[in-house]
Each structure stands twice: as C-alpha cells, then as structure tokens.
Write a protein that binds this ligand. Structure first.
Ligand SMILES: *Cc1c(COP(=O)(O)O)cnc(C)c1O
Length: 374
C-alpha cells in the first residue's frame, strides 16, 4: 500500500538548502565555523552558558552521563515510557537504570514514586518530556533537589515547550536536544548538550573530540574520547531550523488543534490534552484508545490504518520489557502497571508542520472507520 499520509516529515525551505550549499562551496565541511555558530544560537535561545553540538541526541546524553561520572555501581532513576536511548545511555555508561512508573496524566515519570526507588547508590535522575510535554517537571525537580540527585534532562522531545514560562532544557544540571528528522527541528542527525556548568561543558567538549584538551597540539589526547562531532553541513541546516522554531511550534499547535476538533465527541479515542501552565511544542501526536480496548485490538487498528495508507506508530512500548533489558534486570510484564496500561492504548498519528486540514480529516475518518470494524 502506498503511503497517503506520512507519520512525520521535515520542514525544509530554500533557506536551509542555500545554507547547506554555501557550506559545500567552502573547504570546511567539518571543524569549520558553523558548529560554534549553531552552539551560540542555542545558548541564546535556551539562555544557558554552554551549548555543545554533537552528532546525535544519544551521543549527547551519553557524554553527559560520562561527564557526570556515572558508572558501575551507580543507580540512575528514569522512566520506562520513553524512547530506548534514555535507558541505553545509562547502561552504556555502566550504571544501572532504575525505572519508576509514570503518572497516568502527564505520562512523565511520577514524582510521587521516585523516593521509594532511591537507595544509597542512587546518583541521578533522567526525566523525559515525553511527546514534548513538560507537565509535572516542577515536582520532579523538587524531589530530585530534596534528595540531592543530579538531573540529566532528556529534552530530546521537548524543544520549544515551556512550563510556567520556563524553557524545556533548563530544568536539569545538563540537558540534551536531538535533531533526527522527526523531531521539532532537524539537522539530519544531531544533538545539543546544554549546561551552565563550565567544567561539565569542558569535559563534554573534550570527550566529543577524541579526548583532546584545550591546550595546543592536535594530536595531544588527555583522556579516552570519541568522535561525536557534528559537521558544518549539519550545523548550517540547524542554524536555519532553530531560527524558525517559533514558526514550527505554531504550525504544530495548529495541526494539534485540527486533530482535537476532528476527534472531539468520540469516546473511543482520547486526544492528548495541553497540560496546565504549559506551552506545548508537540513532538508527536499520540491518541489513546479507551481502556476497554485490548492491546490486540489497538494493534489491529494500527494494521488497518497502515493498510489504508495512514502511517502510524505505537509510541512507546515499555522500555523495561525490551528483551535485552528485561533479561538483564529480571523485569516482567506488570512491574510498571501504569506504563503498561498507557503503552497498550497509544497510537501516534501522522504529525508534522505541514500536515493539511484535509489530511487530518482523512486520518480521523479512517481511524473512526477502523474502530467501527473491531
Ligand atoms: C529522539 C530521542 C533521543 C535521541 O535521539 P537520537 O536519534 O540519538 O538523536 C533520546 N531520547 C528521547 C526521549 C528521544 O525521543
């Protein structure tokens, strides 16, 4: 079946194409001026002292875990309802991910359940603004502060969102954004670390660049490092995309509104709500089927939609039940019941800046038709 409505599409204009082409006419495809320019634009936008561009959100989060000194013997609290990278970077650093179930309203980690998971080995917490929503982050931060836990904010889904006027990416000691093409803005692949801490920033810059220090000597390496640099081509794209972020937030809000209107009044499917005190920068648009539907029925609806050319996804299957994680830590289905109940009910609908009213109506019509059939 040919795809009629795509799950996601980047928003690229002539300005982005020109910016990339201009870099291609220079000899500096990497290690040129664009990465620092991109970082400075981010520092201004977020309002933090240091931005460090890296080649993916995952590598950014991993560098933060390393810079924070998380390693074997440490426990890091996080959410089981997220993209796999959130848990992976904890494991990549050699630490143990300790999952805490989510709040059924915010879908973010439940602040009221964090304390019970804290042990003498707990070093930090990695909260996620899942689907773009910073709901409940004030309470998450309060618990972390009370117990002296360092927050590494996985902001990879939240660029442009605000809680009480405060930007996502400013809640943690460090935070990371990601620029894969389905995110609010894209660099193809890429990520950005943000922090106000000089030492952590310097460490990330070194780790990103083969462990080089700030001293002279290109082949002087102070520590074990990586090549997680983001090249000038990606950064040129990112500079233009970031300059359009408010336009993106507005376009995405308009699409969310179209869906909300089309879905209103059908008790079989719940549209996501804009949480109080939040300005949403929607990452994806995830509806939930009513509780009475089973996971099998949800899967059947997804298959039917796909067969009709509507591209959908099941964001997110519980991370703790991914086979390699369940096996390593002995998790079983039911360990995080709120996550299970949410995960079995979700359908991510096609969602991007330029989704038309016609497309949104088609998606909703087909969704309702598929629900009629099960
Ligand atoms: C997208 C994403 C990442 C990182 O993604 P990359 O593909 O490595 O850039 C990390 N965490 C979450 C929650 C994400 O959605």
């Amino acid at each position: 079946m040919e795809i009629k409505v795509h799950l996601s599409r980047p928003d690229i204009t002539e300005a982005e194409i020109d910016a990339v082409c201009r870099v291609l006419r220079t000899p500096n495809l990497s290690l040129g001026p664009k990465p620092r320019e991109f970082e400075q634009a981010f520092e201004r936008y977020i309002g933090l002292k240091h931005a460090i561009a890296v080649n993916s959100g995952t590598s950014g989060l991993f560098l933060c875990a390393q810079a924070l000194g998380w390693g074997p013997g440490d426990e890091i609290i996080t959410t089981p309802f997220t993209f796999i990278a959130t848990a992976n970077i904890i494991m990549m650093a050699g630490a143990k991910p300790v999952f805490v179930d989510i709040d059924p309203e915010t879908l973010n980690i439940n602040p009221g359940k964090i304390e019970a998971a804290i042990t003498s080995r707990t070093k930090g917490i990695v909260p996620v603004e899942v689907f773009g929503s910073p709901a409940g982050f004030d309470r998450i931060c309060a618990v972390a502060n009370k117990h002296n836990l360092t927050i590494l904010e996985d902001s990879c889904e939240g660029l442009g969102s605000l809680l009480d006027g405060k930007k996502v990416g400013t809640f943690g000691k460090m935070s990371v954004f990601a620029f894969y093409p389905n995110k609010q803005m894209t660099t193809g692949e890429g990520g950005m670390i943000l922090t106000d801490d000089d030492d952590l920033a310097a460490m990330c810059r070194s780790l990103r660049n083969q462990g080089r220090g700030t001293g002279p000597g290109w082949l002087a390496h102070e520590r074990l490092g990586y090549n997680y640099r983001l090249c000038d081509i990606n950064c040129a794209l990112g500079i233009v995309q970031l300059s359009r972020i408010e336009e993106f937030v507005q376009k995405r809000n308009a699409v969310a509104k179209m869906y909300q209107q089309c879905l209103a009044g059908d008790e079989r499917v719940a549209a996501p709500q804009v949480p109080v005190n939040c300005r949403m920068s929607w990452f994806v648009y995830v509806v939930r089927l009513a509780d009475r539907y089973t996971q099998q029925q949800r899967n059947a609806v997804m298959e039917k939609l796909t067969a009709r050319g509507i591209q959908v996804s099941n964001y997110f299957p519980p991370v703790y039940l991914q086979p390699f994680i369940a096996k390593q830590y002995g998790f079983r289905q039911g360990d995080f019941p709120v996550t299970d109940a949410v995960a079995k009910s979700t359908i991510a609908l096609p969602f991007h800046n330029n989704l038309t009213p016609k497309e949104a109506q088609l998606v909703c019509r087909e969704l309702k038709a598929c629900l009629d059939e099960i």
